[in-house]
Design a protein around this ligand. Structure first.
Ligand SMILES: [Zn+2]
Ligand SMILES: [Zn+2]
Length: 241
């Protein structure tokens, strides 16, 4: 999917600034993706659109996971970018920015990750960190109870990925994660984060690994699971005229 010059006055999907023309009629550079999203020139400058860019973000995520002692079978984990309608169709619902599909049998787990094409690099890193968190849970046979808690855990990993990135964009994304009013992606994230602060990383990781296996294990075999995720923090301002 290509981005083309945007000729319509509207808001950037990612930061909310005017794109096309602002309320005073001034030209504001930006683009529109083929799936209808408007994106300002600033966000577009870091947008992840090529396989090479995607690989670079994925490697950042893998480095953070390695530092944290989280093993994921990266070499057998396909990652693809999809435009909005295709991702929504795969997810079965709208406004999704990432998906982790896993098929678990008694002996193997195979997963694949899909994210939305053309997101700014920081949001792509957050999304991939989050989805990689779901993949780790499947590969470790971890299942949270209730399942929504896994979204909070996945956002803890997304936050830790962002903390390894330099720059103001990553810091702002972390601030939005902590301020997110969403009952799952915000509240359950902050609950998990508080537990992490209390226990320290290693003890927290082991608690997640051990506390959420056991009784769930038998149900897990032969199961197929898709996590359709909306780990986008905050809510973008739509007040751009
Ligand atoms: Zn923007
Ligand atoms: Zn998720």
């Amino acid at each position: 999917m290509r981005a083309r010059r945007n000729a319509y006055p509207e808001c950037c999907e990612y930061c909310g600034v005017a794109v096309g023309r602002d309320a005073d009629g001034n030209a504001r550079p930006g683009y529109r993706y083929a799936d209808g999203r408007a994106i300002c020139a600033g966000c577009h400058a870091s947008a992840i659109k090529t396989a090479e860019q995607l690989r670079a973000v994925w490697q950042q995520v893998a480095r953070t996971f390695e530092r944290l002692g989280l093993t994921v079978d990266w070499h057998r984990l396909p990652v693809q970018m999809l435009d909005k309608p295709v991702l929504q169709r795969e997810a079965g619902r709208g406004n999704v920015v990432g998906l982790a599909h896993s098929l678990s049998t008694a002996l193997t787990v195979s997963s694949r990750v899909s994210i939305l094409y053309g997101m700014p690099a920081t949001l792509a890193a957050l999304t991939l960190g989050h989805e990689a968190g779901h993949v780790w849970c499947r590969e470790q046979r971890v299942r949270f109870d209730p399942p929504e808690r896994e979204e909070g855990f996945a956002n803890v990993l997304a936050c830790l990925v962002l903390r390894d990135l330099p720059g103001a964009d990553a810091r702002h994304a972390i601030e939005r994660l902590f301020a997110d009013p969403d009952p799952v992606y915000g509240k359950l994230f902050r609950d998990q984060w508080a537990l992490l602060q209390q226990l320290g990383w290693e003890a927290y990781r082991e608690q997640v690994r051990n506390a959420n296996q056991g009784a769930w294990r038998m149900r897990w075999f032969g199961s197929r699971q898709t996590a359709a995720c909306l780990p986008r923090p905050g809510g973008v301002s739509r007040m751009c005229g």
